[in-house]
Design a protein around this ligand. Structure first.
Ligand code: ADP
Ligand code: MG
Length: 572
């Protein structure tokens, strides 16, 4: 039984499997990789999915549905012939077709899938995607974010190098731009921006209108079939321009032949409004992630519309960087999902790669508030932290000669521990410790499979470990052991933490050496930095580390060469 990766796209879908050390794109019953995400009924009222349904999209609008991914998680229904389908049902029909085609291609049953979803999909749209898969007979263990999938496909080819990547996904009707950070084999999404009303179909529309204009045709006087024929030829003409300098489109209407000759320069002219809109999300994502385009490791182009040389050239001109062109924009996300399916299968090829997710709840312990003596929550891993996440917390003796420590771990958002879910507890002994002296340090490490590792090191240097599994965890002991071995790497995280400690030590030295008004400024910045280390997420910490380091460079008269917008440090 195979696990496949599926790119369930707004316009097109496809599947991939990890086989014998490389990704293998699955061909559908027509022998092609791409299955249009279109569902319809034919004249005998049978359901048709993919290319056949796409053929009838414009000519039989009442019998076909498309772009239903846009409305996943809503109550919208689509009338397809005599049927009324929800977005989930339509998506499940596409998934069912992909599953069946994959089974005949692979010659084995396919029961599980990794499905890619846009990074901005909320919980509701994610669970709708999972429901659609279940309806089609596929178990979805995990969804993968589309930009992460694209970055995985890129890194499988280029190696897992640390750095920040921009992923530009320009599909049929949406443009999604994301920033992905890869650090120590951990992949994290830093920012996303996009335009959900911009895509390949806008170029088709521009060519369609130019064709009518050139030939003096009136849109209102054309039949649905004639319009369908012009649209189809317009798209074919656009696609041809990706490989040839000139393309002639020719359509027969009422026994008369009409033509339009296009080259890439004329395409830029007639679709300039489409090109102009590409820049906005690119600028926004750079701003939101506080990144300079020169700091990017690479720009990864995915989605069918990025195959247009004019689009790639526009992006190159805008960013001043040559985007990566050696991964196939059509298949990148699907390949990434296939690679992830391989990782999920615990393929040896990926033993060191860790993908991140977001923790949907907070994890912490109950502590006594020294002012009111009430038990309150101390949130250690905050909700929406990137996973896997590892955070430490220090405990100090609450009374004189304290010889033990009782730690209870909770999951939830209430400040009152009793209102949250109790996950487990540890009872530890330690040598008698004076009031307010350090007694123990606890590290919570939580990963995407729902494994929570609690390590407590008491002041006599003894470490006590407890592993707590979430209810949904169905892993075998052996699998858990493997995951824990991976997490150990993260739990120790010495290089990065050492870097933070070194920066604090440096700031303390600079404070000692400085007497001017700057001293107050450095103290404020140091306090802000420490607060960020204690409460910020990994990304905030990395960003603040960079800024704080730059700030100290400036105080000490060194220049780190970073862009100016990164220099600001606040002591908040
Ligand atoms: P989605 O993510 O929306 O499902 P895709 O990434 O498959 O979509 O992109 C589909 C779009 O890409 C369509 O508008 C199609 O016309 C366009 N496209 C596909 N191949 C090419 C090509 N070679 N040149 C130009 N456009 C292309
Ligand atoms: Mg897509």
């Amino acid at each position: 039984m195979a696990i496949i990766g599926i790119d369930l796209g707004t316009t097109n879908s496809m599947a991939c499997i990890w086989k014998a050390g490389s990704p293998l794109i699955i061909k559908n019953a027509l022998g092609t990789a791409i299955t249009p995400s279109v569902v319809g009924v034919n004249d005998s009222n049978d359901i048709v999915v993919g290319e056949v349904a796409k053929e009838r999209l414009i000519s039989h609008p009442d019998k076909t549905a498309s772009e239903f991914k846009r409305t996943l998680g809503t109550k919208k229904t689509y009338k397809v012939g005599s049927h009324n389908f929800s977005s989930e049902q339509l998506s499940s029909l596409v998934l069912k077709k992909i599953k069946e085609d994959a089974e005949s291609f692979l010659g084995e049953e396919v029961t599980e899938a990794i499905i890619s979803v846009p990074a901005y999909f909320d919980d509701c749209r994610r669970s709708s995607t999972k429901q659609a898969a279940e309806m089609s007979g596929l178990k979805v263990e995990r969804l993968i974010n589309e930009p992460s999938a694209a970055a995985l496909a890129y890194m499988q080819k280029h190696g897992f190098e640390d750095g920040t990547y921009m992923v530009i996904d320009f599909g049929g009707g949406t443009l999604d731009v994301s920033m992905i950070d890869s650090f120590d084999s951990v992949m994290e999404i830093l920012a996303v921006a996009g335009n959900n009303q911009l895509g390949g179909k806008d170029f088709n529309e521009a060519i369609y209108l130019r064709f009518l204009e050139e030939n003096g045709l009136d849109d209102n006087k054309l039949t649905a079939e004639q319009k369908a024929s012009i649209y189809k030829t317009a798209e074919a003409c656009k696609i041809a321009l990706s490989d040839t300098p000139v393309s002639i489109m020719s359509v027969n209407i009422d026994d008369k032949n009409y033509t339009l000759t296009l080259d890439n320069n004329s395409l830029i002219r007639i679709a300039h409004h489409v090109f102009e809109k590409i820049s906005e999300p690119i600028k926004r994502v750079l701003r939101d992630s506080h990144m300079n385009v020169n700091d990017l490791k690479d720009i990864i182009l995915v989605g069918g519309s990025c195959k247009m040389p004019t689009v790639a050239a526009y992006i190159e001109k805008l960013t001043g960087r040559k985007p990566c062109t050696d991964i196939d924009p059509d298949t990148a996300i699907c390949v990434g999902a296939g690679i992830f399916a391989g990782m999920k299968n615990r393929d040896q090829d990926f033993k060191d790669v860790i993908l991140t997710d977001i923790c949907p709840f907070s994890l912490g312990t109950a502590v006594q508030d020294p002012r009111t003596m009430e038990l309150i929550m101390d949130f250690i891993i905050q909700r929406n932290s990137m996973l896997p996440s590892s955070k430490t917390h220090d405990y100090y003796a609450a009374s004189n000669n304290q010889t033990g420590l009782h730690i209870t771990i909770y999951q939830g958002e209430s400040i009152v521990p009793a209102n949250n879910i109790k996950l487990g507890e540890l009872n530890l002994t330690c040598p008698p410790t004076k009031f307010h002296d350090f007694i123990a340090s606890m590290r919570l490490t939580y990963d995407i499979n729902g494994i929570l590792v609690v390590d407590v090191t008491t002041n006599d240097k003894k470490t006590h470990t407890k592993v707590i599994l979430s209810d949904s965890n169905t892993m075998t002991d052996e699998e858990i052991a493997k995951c824990r071995a991976q997490l150990d790497k993260l739990r120790l995280a010495p290089p990065s933490e050492e870097r933070y400690q070194l920066l604090i030590a440096r700031a303390e030295r600079v404070i000692e050496e400085t007497l001017s008004f700057e001293r107050r400024q450095i103290i404020d910045a140091l306090m802000g930095y420490k607060a960020c280390l204690a409460h910020g997420n990994d990304r905030d910490i990395r960003l603040m580390t960079k800024r704080f380091s730059h700030f100290l460079d400036q105080i000490e008269g060194k220049d780190s060469g970073l862009p100016d917008e990164d220099t600001e440090v606040s002591g908040e």
